[in-house]
Design a protein around this ligand. Structure first.
Ligand code: GTP
Ligand code: MG
Length: 319
């Protein structure tokens, strides 16, 4: 019972945090008692577009509300909010599970990639923290960013702070060789999850994209069916440029999941909903700050609730 209430408190806290950092003003739309009319619909369209929900999504949601309103089935903002949430959930349901898939035997390998400064290394620290402390997994990090000065040190500091293993070579070493060693170490030490950090690169830099493919190939030769997850880290403030990035990374390494970093301080919470749908890739985690604890497993229902949650609502009234 005590465990249960603690878990519930934690969920409430995380949801509150998501609600606080999603500064979108969509929540001001659904004021109780407000009637649906043309002005309401066009305000809804404008706010959803501003929140980066994507043109096609906004159109679909708008049509769903407008059609029912014209038929006289809905009249007020609260009824509209329910339709909007159902539509958003239906969109996300199509994309696939937002949970990590763990191997039943041997290490699960997560290869992490993205453009420079997207938030890869910080997101890896968050993942390591979550896997170790909340999922009870034995985690190892692999420092395959041997390119940027201090990248190995940055990952080493996180590994020490979180208390997980790390495999590293010196700066300038072949990143695929580091991955090779990390795979061997992960198997021999009975690691549950190996997370491979890679150097930031522009999706237009062919030779660097080929280097990623090489890391991927080495990992797949060392561990059956690895990498089991190829996670692209996207900066939430990137907007629609993220589409092109994701397509190019997918060509090189067959991306399977998204980690949306830097959602705090972004007024673009809808990005999380539109990006997955446009890329047909599940968002698995969101980053909400700079510490390892600032991570949330992406839960579509909770996220959509948070998106529409009035920030002034007291925490104990959250679901
Ligand atoms: N506010 C906020 N800052 C973040 C988040 N994730 C990462 N950052 C910050 O973004 C900056 C870049 O983060 P890194 O994790 O080093 O990014 P990276 O993709 O590994 O960068 P390179 O390896 O140089 O390509 C750092 O200052 C991080 O603290 C987040 O969710 N929220
Ligand atoms: Mg990095």
């Amino acid at each position: 019972m005590r465990f249960f209430s603690k878990t519930l408190d934690k969920l409430k806290g995380a949801l509150k945090k998501t609600a606080q950092v999603l500064n979108t003003d969509v929540r001001t739309l659904f004021i109780p008692g407000r009637q649906i009319n043309d002005a309401f619909l066009s305000e809804m369209e404008e706010k959803f577009l501003q929140a980066d929900m994507g043109v096609a999504n906004v159109q679909r949601i708008l049509d769903a509300v407008r059609d029912r309103w014209r038929l006289g089935r809905v009249r007020n903002a609260e009824e509209a909010e329910k339709i909007v949430k159902d539509e958003l959930l239906a969109i996300l349901d199509n994309i696939g599970t937002s949970e990590l898939q763990f191997q039943t035997s041997g290490p699960t390998v997560i290869l992490v990639a993205g453009i420079n400064g997207a938030g890869k290394t910080t997101s890896i620290a968050k993942l390591a923290w979550l896997l170790k402390n909340q999922m009870n997994k034995k985690v190892m990090l692999c420092a395959s960013d041997t390119f940027r000065a201090a990248a190995v040190d940055q990952l080493t500091i996180w590994a020490e702070r979180i208390g997980v293993d790390i495999v590293k070579h010196r700066m300038g070493a072949d990143p695929a060789a580091v991955a090779y060693d990390a795979c061997e170490a992960a198997v021999s030490r009975g690691i549950d999850v190996l997370i491979v950090d890679t150097a930031g690169r522009l999706h237009t830099q062919d030779h660097l994209m080929r280097e990623l493919t090489k890391i991927r190939d080495v990992v797949s030769r060392k561990i059956a069916n690895a990498p089991h997850e190829v996670m692209l880290v996207l900066d939430a403030t990137t907007g629609q440029n993220a589409i092109r990035q994701a397509q190019m990374f997918s060509q090189a390494i067959n991306v399977t999941a998204l980690f949306i970093a830097k959602l705090d301080g972004s007024a673009k919470g809808g990005f999380v909903l539109s990006i997955g749908q446009q890329l047909n890739l599940p968002v698995k985690f969101i980053g909400l700050g700079e510490t390892p604890q600032d991570i949330e497993s992406f839960d579509p229902t909770r996220f959509i609730d948070a998106l529409f949650q009035d920030q002034s609502t007291p925490e104990n009234s959250l679901p």
